[in-house]
Ligand binder design. Structure first.
Ligand code: DGJ
Length: 379
């Protein structure tokens, strides 16, 4: 190839790449590759959105290719968008570190990061599900990091179990004392004992487990941590401290023995709604929904929110909930954010975003192969 040919080859190539990266999306196509401003599939799994200065910031697990792909080899990624369709890669907000003495070392597990903004302290606060390197999912910790700028860098504070030695608001000392312990799942009346708090009692001194989690900030700026606890059998909802950096002693058990993962909360017309899933690892299962007049309960189960074929209902459109986005400037417009996991090549995981509709007070989801925000005006 002559110099002239090489020159034209590079000009053409950069022309194609520039055009590619500047592609403007005007719709959502759930399950498709979704390219960022650099032309790369968005890498923010198990994510959540923080709206700040009329901009959406999407935080999520930065996955990698290959067998280590679900481990935190990089950290938590962050993207920004003003229209929800087109996303700019803002880099790594919280970095997994090389220091093998740090709990945040590469190879630990960082899942479902969620970020909220504290108006009093003017700090951005990230919480995430954290598992320690080479310990599988045994540690069951929740982690906290904080930053002065929304895109980071976030400074890691700590990871811990929740509420050691503290009883929930809806669980009396009398009930606690009556709890019968269990050895394992073969135990007679296992389920009944779990509902009554056998796993709760096991962890009472060391602190309650915290796996799949989310955060919710109410209209009065009170924030809550919602998590799959008690060996994933029971959800715990905890009120955060005013600075959002720790939990208060105010917490409740929700759906004891209900086996919920992947909680996502939103508020409409003064009611609190929750999407969640069952427990099947990376495989999808039927979605669940619930409603409450107050986030601290009582919660009422509303069943599977999915409307569609048997397969769609059984798999939540082959996805698992992670967050619900309130759309800026549109009243009562909420987007279900789900993950279509691809554990063999985690970086390829897809995003299932669907409009949340309502049948009376029940939130429902219907499959859309392509849709845009006008859907909310027309439906
Ligand atoms: C399901 C959870 O929702 C995911 O976040 C992840 O923890 C997988 N289980 C791991 O199997």
């Amino acid at each position: 190839m002559s110099k002239k040919h090489i020159f034209f080859y590079f000009i053409t190539l950069s022309f194609i790449l520039t055009g590619y990266s500047q592609k403007k999306y005007t719709t959502f196509k759930p399950g498709d590759l979704w390219l960022d401003n650099n032309g790369k599939h968005i890498n923010a799994h198990g994510g959540g959105i923080l709206i700040y200065n009329n901009t959406y910031y999407w935080f999520g697990e930065h996955k990698t290719t290959g067998s280590l792909g679900n481990k935190a080899m990089v950290g938590v990624g962050v993207y920004s968008s003003t229209d929800l369709y087109n996303w700019k890669n803002e880099g790594i907000a919280l970095k997994a570190v090389n220091d093998t003495t740090s709990m945040l070392q590469k190879g630990s597990i960082i899942e479902r990061p969620k970020v909220i903004y504290n108006k009093k302290t003017k700090k951005f606060v990230m919480w995430f599900h954290h598992e320690l390197k080479d310990q599988g999912y045994a540690a069951a910790l929740t982690g906290v990091a904080t930053a002065d700028n929304i895109t980071g860098p976030y400074t890691y504070i700590n990871s811990f179990r929740l509420h050691p030695g503290v009883l929930p608001l809806n669980f009396s000392k009398k009930e606690f004392d009556a709890v019968e312990m269990i050895k394992d799942r073969t135990d007679k009346n296992w389920k009944e004992k779990v509902v009554k708090g056998a796993y709760f009692k096991k962890d009472f001194e060391v602190g309650q487990m915290s796996r799949d989690m989310t955060l919710f900030v109410d209209d009065d700026e009170t924030a809550y941590h919602i998590t799959a606890s008690e060996n994933n059998q029971t959800l715990h909802i905890s009120k955060l401290a005013d600075d959002y950096l720790s939990v208060t002693n105010e917490y409740i058990r929700v759906f004891p023995g209900g086996r919920n993962e992947a909680p996502a909360i939103f508020k409409k017309d003064g009611k609190y709604y929750m999407f969640s899933s069952g427990l099947t690892g990376w495989k999808p299962n039927p979605g669940k929904s619930a409603v409450a007049d107050h986030i601290m309960g009582e919660w009422t189960f509303l069943g599977n929110p999915c409307i569609g074929t048997e397969k769609e209902k059984a798999t939540t459109f082959w996805s698992q909930s992670t967050y619900v986005i309130p759309v800026i400037g549109k009243k009562d417009a909420f987007i279900f954010m789900g993950d279509r996991w691809t554990p063999k090549n985690p970086i390829d995981g897809r995003y299932i975003w669907l409009p949340v509709e309502f049948e009376n007070i029940k939130p429902i989801l219907k499959w859309q192969s392509e849709w845009d925000l006008n859907y909310f005006n027309n439906n």
